[in-house]
Ligand binder design. Structure first.
Ligand SMILES: NC(=O)c1ccc[n+]([C@@H]2O[C@H](COP(=O)([O-])OP(=O)(O)OC[C@H]3O[C@@H](n4cnc5c(N)ncnc54)[C@H](OP(=O)(O)O)[C@@H]3O)[C@@H](O)[C@H]2O)c1
Length: 248
């Protein structure tokens, strides 16, 4: 994704979760950085005003045909340089909260969190990894979370969210290995955006230290810098907003 590449051929990117705090800013950041490119912004309900080089489309993580349809339509225009998945769920108002104890584990809430945080992104991979360019560097990046790291877990709690993102990391690692067999310049990574001021984090911002709560625009800019600097040797790993690897 070097500036030279951008002038030589149209850059094509897809961002899923464009209605979300970080997702919206990722779309805007990619659209600005690759101003001659085509950016496809996926969301559940079409909304928002977008720059001229952004084409919104609708999809639902829980409806595979909607993801397949988007893949057919976007794929008919050519190969992709970048696919970013910025969807995710931590709580659902009036339905479930992140668990503070094993006592709070509820099978239907846990199934929902896995459906959205693990299975949905896996289905996006199923339908969009085949569209990644095969003859040049291309990137699949899914937003995970530092709390998915088993080795870093010293606090406990949040069983469904943590485990769903740990499982997502495994899927992304598998994607990286499979991608390498068709293009050794293709990259798949998990990303931690930092603690970001969005709807998702709002109820949990109380203990965040001064200067540690990022604006969605800042996080998106940092994440795009990380994505643009990735090498194929880093495929299959998880990186934070500052480019530092987070061990699984
Ligand atoms: N904010 C943080 O501090 C933080 C920290 C670590 C990791 N993350 C991760 O970063 C990612 C983005 O989070 P955020 O903070 O930007 O959250 P957010 O503002 O709540 O955005 C979540 C996005 O997921 C979408 N989504 C939920 N269910 C969906 C479905 N069934 N189909 C399609 N889209 C669906 C939402 O769409 P609707 O608008 O239609 O609901 C929204 O676009 C998540 O993976 C999150 O786990 C965030």
């Amino acid at each position: 994704l070097s500036p030279t590449d951008v002038t030589e051929r149209p850059f094509r990117a897809v961002v899923f979760g464009a209605s979300g705090g970080i997702g919206r800013e990722l779309v805007l950041a990619v659209a600005k950085r690759y101003s001659h490119g085509s950016i496809f912004a996926g969301m559940r309900k079409l909304e928002g005003a977008w720059p001229d080089n952004v084409t919104p489309f609708s999809f639902d993580l829980e409806a595979e045909p909607s993801i397949a349809k988007a893949s057919d339509s976007i794929g008919s225009g050519g190969q992709l340089d970048l696919v970013m998945v910025a969807t995710g769920v931590l709580k659902s108002d009036g339905t479930f909260e992140p668990e503070k104890s094993w006592r709070a584990i509820d099978p239907s809430a846990m199934a929902k969190v896995f459906a959205l945080n693990t299975i949905g992104p896996a289905l996006i991979g199923k339908h969009f990894l085949p569209l990644l360019a095969r003859d040049r560097r291309s990137v699949f990046a899914a937003l995970s979370a530092r709390v998915s790291s088993i080795s870093d877990n010293r606090l406990g709690g949040w069983h469904s969210y943590r485990a769903s993102k740990t499982a997502l990391n495994m899927i992304v690692r598998n994607f990286a290995l499979e991608l390498a067999t068709r293009n050794n310049a293709a990259i798949a990574v998990s990303l931690h955006p930092g603690t970001v001021d969005t709807e998702l984090s709002k109820p949990f911002q109380g203990n965040v230290g001064k200067g540690k709560l990022f604006s969605p625009a800042y996080s998106a800019m940092c994440l795009l810098d990380v994505v643009d600097a990735l090498t194929s040797a880093e495929s299959g790993k998880m990186f934070a907003w500052d480019g530092k690897e987070i061990g699984f």
